[in-house]
Design a protein around this ligand. Structure first.
Ligand code: FES
Length: 148
């Protein structure tokens, strides 16, 4: 039998019947049906699947369901980062858009702990999020525009 596990996602509790070792990215996309979080490489290299676990940016593809039991999981659909999202739109950041939810999640986690990041802190926080279209300069502009 498949065990039932409790998952708190964007402030709501879900009772999930799945293998505890299932990547939480699959749970979020395929079981719960929230598709803002993207599957890129599936092996921790691209950042497209970035979610927050207790506010910390994590790879959804490498984080198992059992690792997030009793923790707060947040996705792009639930993250409170309206100013950042507004600046993302204002600076026309996305090109194809595929990596952008992950980019915003990493940026939001940075700004939550470091409201006025230095150039270096931005580079470091964003270094794990790959954009094949090369939107990096606009990503940085949107982050800087949001910074305190
Ligand atoms: Fe998780 Fe690429 S899909 S890091």
């Amino acid at each position: 039998t498949v065990p039932t596990q409790l998952l708190t996602l964007n402030g709501k509790q879900f009772s999930i019947e799945a293998d505890p070792n299932m990547p939480v990215l699959w749970v979020i996309r395929d079981i719960i049906g929230l598709t803002g979080t993207k599957y890129g490489c599936g092996s921790g290299l691209c950042g497209a699947c970035t979610i927050h676990v207790d506010g910390k940016p994590m790879r959804g593809c490498l984080t198992s369901l059992k690792q997030v039991t009793n923790k707060q999981v947040t996705t792009i659909e639930g993250v409170e980062a309206q100013a950042l999202k507004d600046n993302w739109a204002k600076h026309n950041v996305p090109q194809c858009g595929y990596c952008q939810a992950g980019q915003i999640m990493s940026a939001a986690a940075l700004l939550a702990t470091t409201p006025a990041p230095t150039e270096q802190q931005i580079d470091q926080a964003m270094s794990g999020n790959i954009c094949r279209c090369g939107t990096y300069p606009r990503i940085k502009s949107a982050i800087k525009a949001t910074a305190a």
